[in-house]
Design a protein around this ligand. Structure first.
Ligand SMILES: [Fe+2]
Ligand SMILES: [Fe+2]
Length: 257
């Protein structure tokens, strides 16, 4: 089975390239399921019911999130109402929605687990322990394929989690840094891995933002209201090929212009 994971979609430009590229990608690669990180899909950051609808219209089965998931006020209802829009599972219990869902293929099921890191981020619950708990849940729910989105800043934390989960889940992909890493691989016990999927949005940008605004914030250190860049977009992600019993056979990074 082939499962495509797509890096953080940035704004309406990101939603548009998703809609223009995903249907053909799905056909050409024979993709069975698509997981998209949508934490930046709304213009002005976060996710809204409208941006989530655009991602689902493009062909996504599950939307994962991150530190920006609950930024927009109407994101609260979205997460409560739609079980396929996830926020990190290791948020506190006060957060709406959840970080785990099941996709039923009929002959097998895929569990999707969304986690957020602790290193250089807010102090959330431990992603390792949350993963253990949700893997047990996935087994009880009869999922043979388990996908994990680790939304984190530190490459070491993502990689440590991937080795910790090697052989226990089908694949682990990192999100949040918006820069695709060149390390997609299958770990020794059969778990596919990439440290960061990259981003889906404006190519000539700093993580999706207009470069001049990033320079102003980082160089001049003055308060700056970010705006998304314009111009041509790319779609970045990773295609995992897994057996029906959940072992990863192949992991290939994709960059589609
Ligand atoms: Fe992001
Ligand atoms: Fe993020």
């Amino acid at each position: 089975m082939k499962i495509l994971c797509v890096g953080d979609v940035v704004g309406s430009a990101g939603c548009n390239i998703l809609k223009s590229k995903l249907p053909a990608l799905k056909r050409n690669f024979g993709i069975d399921a698509i997981i998209v990180n949508g934490e930046n899909s709304a213009d002005g950051n976060g996710i809204t019911p409208q941006s989530a609808a655009e991602i689902f219209d493009a062909g996504a089965d599950v939307i994962t999130g991150g530190n920006h998931s609950l930024r927009q006020s109407n994101a609260w209802h979205l997460h409560e109402d739609n079980p396929f829009v996830l926020r990190p599972a290791n948020f506190t219990d006060a957060a709406p929605g959840c970080g785990y869902c099941l996709v039923d293929f009929g002959f097998t099921k895929m569990a999707v687990i969304n986690l957020i890191g602790n290193v250089y981020m807010e102090p959330y619950s431990c992603p390792f322990e949350t993963a253990d708990r949700l893997i047990s849940q996935a087994k009880k729910d009869g999922a043979s394929i388990i996908a994990v989105d680790i939304h984190a800043e530190a490459t070491a934390e993502k990689k440590a989690l991937a080795f910790y989960l090697d052989g226990k889940v089908s694949f682990v992909f990192g999100t949040h840094t918006h820069v695709q890493t060149a390390d997609c691989q299958v770990l020794p016990n059969g778990t596919g891995y990439i440290t960061d999927l990259g981003m889906t949005g404006p190519f000539l940008s700093v993580l999706g933002v207009k470069p001049e605004l990033s320079i102003r914030k980082i160089k001049d250190k003055v308060p700056t209201r970010f705006a998304n860049a314009e111009g041509s977009c790319l779609l970045e992600g990773c295609l995992f090929t897994v057996t029906r019993d959940g072992k990863c056979e192949k992991a290939e990074a994709l960059r589609i212009f």
